[in-house]
Design a protein around this ligand. Structure first.
Ligand code: GTP
Ligand code: MG
Length: 311
């Protein structure tokens, strides 16, 4: 009796297996055609890839989280930190530039990450950036709880020549200058001058840069040139080397600087920046920031071990 039961069970198992394999084969042949609906989104080869992310409705998000006007250093530093983590994870990202609620990531012409599939690149970088922004919120906003998850949109733009990519970066940095001068003047008129937002807007209507500088200087004793560079120029993230005094070896790090990319001197000093990876070696001469310090400490070096080359 027991033997018959075993035989029956084995037979049943075989029948079930056959039915499963048959249905699987059918599913494969019958339904697999849907895969052909996926579109090829491979990016043109040998072009600079720009991935630009931008906060959605940050006008409201900044109000809801009491960002200081016109610039909140906590918000800018959080943006920089999230972008730093993107560079840290993705070596193909050569550099990045950030201002306000946006960040541009520049990927090498030779980049073959995800076979240059646009959706993969855009979604992965955006996802890494957005989740890092949320994950490290408290590191920068310790007194200000995150009320709801922020959203970032993203786009990819391709540029064929070095001149184009340099002009792209200059364009984004010129944007900071225009916006920040306006915002600084606007909020100074409102917060220190007692004007309503509508009055301040009217006051600034039709003014050029020189007029705004004069309003700030003559009426509020503010020299715009003395405003922090992070507000006036945004932040550039680049890969550079620092010399480790102990080991006498250069250490590759991601630096956050507020250099003026609109000046030719930036491109002369960083003439290797756009060259293929193997030929890159740019020394860092700027200050040791929190972002740099974190990388030094992770490498079990102390600041004393590191000297800025050429200093
Ligand atoms: P979409 O990007 O179209 O969704 O709109 P947005 O509301 O995000 O505006 P946009 O990206 O054009 O501009 C960013 C906005 O974020 C600014 O207009 C500010 O309102 C806000 N913002 C960004 N950084 C700061 C900051 O440091 N302080 C303050 N107070 N606001 C900021
Ligand atoms: Mg925005």
């Amino acid at each position: 009796m027991l033997f018959k039961n075993i035989i029956d069970s084995v037979a049943l198992l075989k029948r079930t297996q056959c039915a499963y394999i048959k249905s699987f084969k059918m599913a494969k042949s019958t339904f697999e055609y849907v895969k052909t609906f996926e579109q090829d989104d491979t990016l043109l080869p040998n072009t600079w890839i720009v991935v630009r992310l931008d906060g959605k409705c940050f006008h409201k998000f900044s109000e809801d989280h009491n960002f200081k006007k016109p610039n909140d250093i906590r918000a800018l530093k959080l943006m920089n930190y999230a972008a730093f983590k993107v560079l840290h994870e993705f070596n193909d990202v050569l550099m990045a530039f950030g201002q306000s609620d946006e960040y541009s990531f520049i990927l090498r012409k030779t980049c073959f990450l995800y076979k240059r599939r646009a959706a993969k690149l855009l979604t992965t970088l955006n996802s890494k950036f957005s989740s890092t922004y949320v994950f490290y919120w408290n590191k920068f906003f310790d007194q200000e709880p995150l009320k709801y998850p922020p959203t970032f949109d993203g786009r990819i733009v391709l540029y064929p020549s070095d001149e184009n990519i340099i002009d792209y970066l200059k364009w984004r940095q010129a944007d900071v200058h225009i916006n920040n001068l306006y915002n600084t003047s606007f909020w100074t008129l409102v917060l220190q001058g007692g004007l309503t937002p509508t009055q301040a807007e009217k006051r600034l209507c039709g003014t050029v840069s020189a007029d705004k500088n004069e309003i700030l200087y003559k009426e509020f004793n503010i020299n715009y040139n003395n405003e922090p560079n992070i507000f006036k120029r945004g932040t550039v993230l680049m890969r550079k080397s620092l010399l480790n005094e102990s080991s006498k070896k250069p250490m590759s790090i991601i630096v956050d600087v507020h250099d003026d990319m609109l000046k030719d001197t930036f491109w002369k000093e960083n003439s290797n920046l756009l060259l293929p990876k193997s030929k890159q070696s740019i020394n860092h001469e700027g200050p040791i920031t929190d972002i740099i310090n974190e990388q030094i400490n992770k490498g079990h070096n102390t600041i004393a071990d590191i000297v800025n080359v050429n200093k």
